[in-house]
Ligand binder design. Structure first.
Ligand code: PMP
Length: 322
């Protein structure tokens, strides 16, 4: 007997161009991605607002999905516009509002060959009511902050796996980082890059505050170019803070006045301790709280969306309504 799902499945998924009932969205055991990790994916948040559900920056997420696929030479038979319509279809058909969407593209069942360049490419989008499966830093947002530990696992080297691609195979590395952290009683693990500088969390980017300035590792530090990271940089500058992308020595984590993690699932989370040492007095700091407030304000209307980040969940094109 299989264990119950740790989340509520939605009624329908979008699978290779049409909506199918959850139970029918299945693949063959010889699926290439199952054997070799050849998939790319995204996580997209949908928020309930007074004006109806909105996606947070769905277009850049879908652009990143197609870039990830391009890096691995996977020809995706859908464009951003079609995928955006498909996301809207999943939200509307399942009557979702506060939701997490998981688009996934993978090499299907086309033989055991490693390259499988002419095998099928499959695409699906699943939707979940928020609060359900989204793990993120510390298993969802915690207002009192989270405890993190520096991982004994190094982030993948730039000349091994391309980290700009959000590829399934990369997440073997982050599974090790996250599960080691949990074993040690931390909510999240922080990986260093191959040079020993701070890279990122298992599913989140990191910022520290030092002398009132926000510092975050550059793209070359083996990080995923996070869309929330970009939003934090933009919101922080809008609030008047200086933000710099810099190589961060590990010990900066022990002497920073604030540390925060950010990602689609976890949003913006204060770190209250690193390797068992409290960050400042262990309470979320003023910079983190100000950015958190500005971020959440986007969905209540308290923060004006100067950047066009909120994308209304529109009516999907007729062609997709199957
Ligand atoms: N790094 C990794 C390894 C991640 O999996 C994620 C989550 N997608 C992030 C950073 C944060 O990226 P984003 O803000 O685009 O969700």
């Amino acid at each position: 007997m299989s264990a119950p799902l740790p989340f509520t499945p939605s009624d329908h998924l979008w699978f290779n161009g049409r909506l199918v009932p959850w139970a029918q969205a299945t693949v063959h055991v010889m699926t290439h991605a199952l054997h070799y990790g050849s998939s790319v994916f995204e996580g997209i948040r949908c928020y309930a607002t007074d004006g109806g559900p909105v996606f947070f920056r769905a277009t850049p997420h879908l652009e990143r999905l197609l870039e990830s696929a391009r890096i691995y030479r996977m020809p995706v038979p859908f464009g951003v516009r079609e995928l955006l319509d498909a996301c809207a279809l999943v939200v509307r058909r399942n009557d979702l509002a506060d939701a997490y969407l998981r688009p996934l593209v993978w090499r299907g069942c086309g033989g055991l060959g490693l390259t499988a360049l002419d095998g099928p490419i499959e695409t699906m989008i699943a939707g979940f009511r928020q609060g359900a499966p989204a793990a993120g830093a510390g298993g969802g947002a915690r207002d009192d902050g989270i405890d993190v530990g520096v991982s004994s696992w190094t982030r993948v080297a730039p000349n091994t796996l391309p980290v700009m691609a959000k590829a399934g195979g990369n997440y073997l590395s982050t599974q090790l980082i996250a599960s080691e952290a949990r074993r040690h009683g931390y909510h999240e693990g922080i990986a260093l890059d191959t040079q020993g500088y701070v890279s990122e969390g298992s599913g989140s980017n990191i910022f520290v505050v030092r002398d009132g300035v926000l510092l975050t590792p550059p793209l070359a530090a083996g990080i995923l170019p996070g869309i929330t990271r970009d939003a934090v940089i933009t919101l922080a500058r809008w609030l008047g803070y200086e933000v710099r992308e810099e190589w961060l020595p590990r010990e900066l984590l022990y002497v920073a006045s604030e540390v925060l993690l950010c990602g689609t699932a976890s949003e913006i989370v204060a770190v209250r301790s690193v390797d068992g040492m409290p960050v400042a007095n262990g309470a979320p700091g003023t910079v983190t709280s100000a950015i958190q407030r500005a971020f959440r304000g986007l969905f209540t209307g308290d923060t004006p969306d100067h950047w066009g980040w909120l994308e209304r969940v529109g009516a999907p094109a007729v062609a997709l309504m199957s």
